[in-house]
Design a protein around this ligand. Structure first.
Ligand SMILES: Cc1ncc(COP(=O)(O)O)c(C=O)c1O
Length: 439
């Protein structure tokens, strides 16, 4: 009879073989194969790691979750990390932790958070979900990032935090943001979901503010299918993020710990006012929480993906440069992306805004690209305040949102993800040249 480890090896060898066969059959046919704006880039290692984890059948968050978050936190050079089931959950946790009564200076209902209306919805939603008031400022043309000149103007007695994204991987001006935050004593949360491995002055995005959030959805810089993380150097905030992720419980031992008395050895040693002496700390609730944990299987893939991040980043930069140079020829028609001289973006995608006098519309250009099977996407919500769900939200707008509205009307993005090959880039270039030559 075969041993368990022999069976496991056979299964994993077959997975490897399956991957090899699929790879052999992969072929790019110009005009026939769809060019995605993003996608999973993986090899047999992720497939084997996922299957290996399934074979364990632990399923819920466990040793691979602990390994992933340790590796990720170390890669980022941060002290504390919490893995989540999505980037949206990471954002919700970060904002909810800031509102926890267990921290020294919690945000309270009606407090203001400065953000942008050019946003992914779940960057904004946690502000609303926690009863806080978003204060919208415009973004800059070309960088698509929060206009730091407007932040200071937007500050009122009630302002407590700045929550912004490094748009599409383009680092925001962290010198200015951190200066303003220091001056007015504001919390800073960096939505780094699209900016993993981007740097500002050589320092990784997501390491400047009080907390940062990440997404490991299939489209992002690394993936575990669905997934996310919150990072911080603040132990008080870390404990709240962990608690709120895990139903709000007071216990901050990691899930899956074997010791019956918890990893801390004190599971039955606490006394809380109103609760019986020694009430199981796992069932004491110190926050109004959720359950936003991923599965261990997801983390198994994340461990392998993280090892590939440096090569992914290199490829993203290469692809971005290729497509940037293509559109540079047509600068009179497109507003090209801009980045700060201190910034080293690992682009999520290449954003473009069609100039008002280009002689063609976004709709026409996108329809053309899509007809050539080149995928495009809108810059998330454009101006989220124009969307049905957000028409009557309680908010304040500082100044005009002119650039945000221009993005709503005329911007879009195309992919630069590591799965784009030279053949695909060449095909994209000739398709764009063909459209422009017809003008
Ligand atoms: C800037 C930004 N924040 C948050 C999210 C949400 O991440 P997820 O899809 O993992 O929930 C996204 C999604 O792509 C995003 O682009």
């Amino acid at each position: 009879m075969k041993t368990e480890s022999e069976i496991r090896k056979e299964i994993l060898d077959l997975v490897h073989e399956l991957y090899r066969i699929r790879e052999q059959n992969k072929k790019f046919i110009p005009g026939k194969t769809r060019i995605h704006y993003s996608g999973r880039v993986f090899d047999e290692k992720e497939m084997k790691a996922a299957v290996d984890s399934v074979l364990d059948f632990w399923l819920t968050l466990g040793k691979r979750g602990r390994e992933f978050i340790k590796d990720f936190t170390e890669y980022m050079g941060m002290k504390y990390g919490v893995v989540t089931n999505s980037g949206s959950s990471a954002n919700l946790l970060a904002l909810s932790a800031l509102c926890s009564k267990n921290i020294r200076k919690p945000l309270r209902m009606g407090d203001e958070v400065i953000t942008t209306a050019l946003t992914f919805p779940t960057t904004l939603n946690p502000i609303l979900q926690n009863g806080l008031t978003p204060v919208f400022v415009d973004v800059e043309e070309g960088t698509y990032n929060i206009d730091t000149e407007m932040i200071e103007r937007a500050i009122s007695q009630k302002t407590r935090a700045i929550f912004f994204a490094h748009t599409l991987g383009n680092p925001a001006d962290m010198d200015k943001i951190m200066d303003i935050a220091g001056k007015y004593n504001l919390y800073v949360i960096e939505d780094t979901c699209d900016a993993l491995d981007s740097r500002f002055k050589g320092k990784l995005c997501g390491t400047f503010g009080d907390m940062s959030t990440f997404s490991f959805y299939a489209a992002h810089h690394i993936t575990m299918g669905e997934g996310g993380a919150v990072l911080t150097n603040n132990y008080e905030l870390y404990k709240q993020v962990l608690s709120i992720r895990d139903w709000g419980r007071a216990c901050f031992c990691q899930t899956g710990e074997e010791n019956p008395s918890g990893a801390c050895g004190h599971r039955f040693d606490y006394k809380f006012e109103g609760l019986p002496e020694g009430y199981d700390h796992k069932y004491v609730y110190s926050n109004v929480g959720y359950n936003l944990k991923p599965l261990d299987i997801q983390c198994a893939m994340g461990i392998e993906q993280l090892k590939k991040l440096p090569s992914f980043t290199e490829r993203r930069k290469h692809n971005f440069n290729h497509l940037y140079n293509l559109f540079k020829k047509y600068e009179s028609k497109f507003i090209l992306p801009r980045w700060l001289k201190e910034a080293e973006p690992s682009w999520f995608a290449l954003p473009l805004t069609i100039r008002e006098d280009a002689g063609f519309t976004r709709k026409e250009f996108i329809a053309y690209l899509e007809s050539k099977l080149i995928e495009t996407r809108m810059l998330f919500a454009g101006n989220i305040l124009k969307h049905p769900a957000y028409k009557n939200i309680n908010c304040r707008i500082e100044g005009e949102l002119n650039n945000t509205n221009a993005i709503l009307e005329r911007a879009f993005f195309i992919g630069v993800y590591p799965g784009l090959t030279e053949e695909m880039l060449d095909y994209m270039s000739s398709a764009v040249d063909e459209f422009m030559n017809l003008r």
